[in-house]
Design a protein around this ligand. Structure first.
Ligand code: CP
Ligand code: NVA
Length: 310
């Protein structure tokens, strides 16, 4: 009874708990089909455009490969190679691309660019990362946790570090699925207060506890999942030095993970900086599931494209 055909995917807050669970279930099903070698072509004859204003390894490759595996065709469109990079408006780009394409993914700086593209586009628009949100990553992450733990509701996720796009989408995704989330960030690097309030509002319906605190040990306490991300995201490279100082006490290392449950999962959206936000021992240790996470970008986004565009 869930029909997501024609919808945009800008942030998880636009989707109900049931719709997100539906996408996770579909991702698991599509993954199983793929591993068995079954052909599944809901995007046959369809074309998806992938607009990139920032670098990418996982998002680009998983969307290109995923579209192909679904029977469709993907176009990689670097912002600098299309007229958008020379000042053609987002509105005109959206209108023109809607005449050719069946779906558009965009990775950009300002979140308002994603919103604007979706507004003027008549085909589904997928947010492939903005400064504010990274919902595709969190969809894959929720799928990954679900596969490992068999359930989501009632688990505790600790996010240690920068209150960035990952922190935001994790808070929203956890709130929607009933996962408690404790975010520990240094002063001045907390998540956006509006997003925190929004996540707390959403969590009222699912019973999730959403907290933003200072102490990484308190956040990690009894956690089922420990998650971190780089200290300086794309677009913040010039702040690297200042951030290294601010985040010095926020490394996920052998000492910090002692506070989590013994069977905790370590997660990172990647790319990672070993020795900065996470020690080598933790990211390459037995509790780390970073490559399962990365793989699930493929399956989760295939589910998303099949549901929205297929
Ligand atoms: N996690 C993620 O989105 O990676 P890329 O920047 O390589 O796409
Ligand atoms: N927070 C990181 C995530 C990269 C996938 C960034 O925006 O650069």
């Amino acid at each position: 009874k869930i029909n997501l055909s024609g919808r945009d995917f800008i942030e998880l807050s636009d989707y109900t708990t049931e719709e997100i669970q539906y996408l996770i279930d579909l991702a698991v099903e599509i993954k199983t089909k793929h591993k068995k070698g079954e052909v599944y072509h809901p995007l046959k004859g369809k074309t998806v455009g992938l607009i990139f204003e920032k670098s990418s390894t996982r998002t680009r490759v998983s969307f290109e490969v995923g579209t192909y595996q679904l029977g469709g065709h993907a176009l990689f469109l670097s912002k600098n190679d299309i007229q958008l990079g020379r000042g053609e408006t987002i509105a005109d780009t959206a209108a023109v691309m809607s005449r050719y394409l069946d779906g558009i993914m965009i990775r950009t700086f300002g979140h308002e660019n994603v919103v604007e593209l979706a507004r003027y586009s008549s085909v589904p628009v997928i947010n492939g990362l903005s400064d504010l949100a990274h919902p595709c990553q969190v969809l894959a992450d929720l799928q990954t946790i679900y596969e490992y733990k068999g359930a989501l509701k009632g688990l505790k996720l600790a996010y240690i570090g920068d209150g960035n796009n990952m922190a935001h989408s994790l808070m929203i995704g956890c709130a929607k699925l009933g996962v408690h989330i404790s975010v520990a960030s240094p002063e001045g690097y907390e998540p956006d207060a509006k997003i925190t309030a929004e996540a707390q509002q959403i969590a009222k319906a699912t019973g999730a506890v959403i907290e933003v605190i200072r102490d990484p040990k308190a956040a990690a306490r009894q956690a089922d999942v420990i998650y971190t991300d780089v200290w300086a995201s794309m677009g913040f490279e010039e702040e690297q030095k200042a951030r290294e100082a601010a985040f010095a006490d926020y490394q996920v290392n052998e000492e910090l993970v002692q506070h989590a449950k013994p069977d905790y999962l370590f997660m990172h959206c990647l790319p990672a900086h070993r020795g900065e936000e996470v020690s080598e021992g933790v990211i390459d240790g037995k509790n780390s599931i970073i490559f399962d996470q990365a793989e699930n970008r493929l399956h989760a986004q295939k589910a998303l494209m099949a549901a929205l565009i297929g």
